[in-house]
Design a protein around this ligand. Sequence first.
Ligand code: SF4
Length: 407
Amino acid sequence: MEKLELLAPAGNLEKLKVAALYGADAVYCGGFSFGLREGADNFSYQDLKDGAEFLHERGKQLYVTVNMIPHNEDLKGLPEYLHQLEEIGVDALIISDPGVLKIIRDEDIDLSLHLSTQANAVNYASVAFWHDLGMERIILARELSKDEIKEIRKKTDVSLEMFIHGAMCISYSGRCLLSNYFVNRDANRGQCAHSCRWKYHLVEEERPGEYYPVFEDKNGTHIMNSKDLCLIEHIPEVINTGVDSLKIEGRMKGMHYVSCVVSTYRKAIDSYYEDPENYEFKQKWLDDLRKVSHRGYTKGFFLHPPTEEDQNYESSAYKRTYDFMGVVRGFDSENNEALIEVRHKFFKGDVIEILKHDGEIKTETVDYIINEEGKEVADAPHPKEIIRVPVEGEYQKLEVVRREVRK
Ligand code: SF4
């Protein structure tokens, strides 16, 4: 049985490497323009080149998003940009707008094309339409059930991709004007302010300043605040839909998210392919996914249309039980010390977890901390400082360190 692809997001070059090292088969990212995530660091020309090289050396793929819904002014510079992506040799462009497709054809750009979820393909006719126009892959809308995906699969040969994890929109993915309306930031041009997560009141026009609560419960209402998608409990059903690629959402997310989510799905997918008949879901996988910040988990539309259980009415804040502490920059095998770049304050005595690239998660106790000046210290508060801590295991560069949030 040929394994399907695990596709991970990357907001910058380092996260791209992390995604690949933790087991992604392919990575998608925004280039230096025309993607849909203005808030992500995004990639320079050189970053994209280095990223493509890093992935290709490992037999992996790089897809670049050009999926904004551009207005006239946004098209300036697009042909040049597309030629640069072609020169770099990215493996596919993710697009959604027919105008962008026309420019790609007019410019004779020889790159594989994937239809973005932003185009909201929810039926087999729409999939066939885009396939006929030359799309080599269709990224299905998130608003589809397992049975709908299976039916689409039966009726087309084109490569199909579906989302398995990450944030959901309350509208059809991305096609939403809430953010434009409230703060003049266009979600379809990469500037979404996530207005659907906000807490809403009712105001009568003659009584400005008088906010009438709209009660879901004592916390008010977050009527449009969807929980995050998580299909880790349904890997066999997901694989048996017949899709070719499983996508993790989150180009704005941090290194802990990328490492943990990629690694967890990698383990589940590999475990299924090793022995499909005797595959067993492991509760530990879900427990691990709960350690990255999230808004509660939902199965989206996969099993049935969402209900009130799939909304987070309490708060739009993330649930965060673990802190991203740092990233391994080196290993001193003589002294058994890991060199860790600090991202969150370390304390002597901390119990940390190090996520290894092969999926193992090791627990270590920080018995001492040596700072950059070679002095032993009780804590390490400075982000970016490289500290030495004693470890029992052996670690590699770009392995991620986390710790339970201190009470
Ligand atoms: S405001 Fe919410 S529903 Fe609208 S595009 Fe942004 S995340 Fe999606």
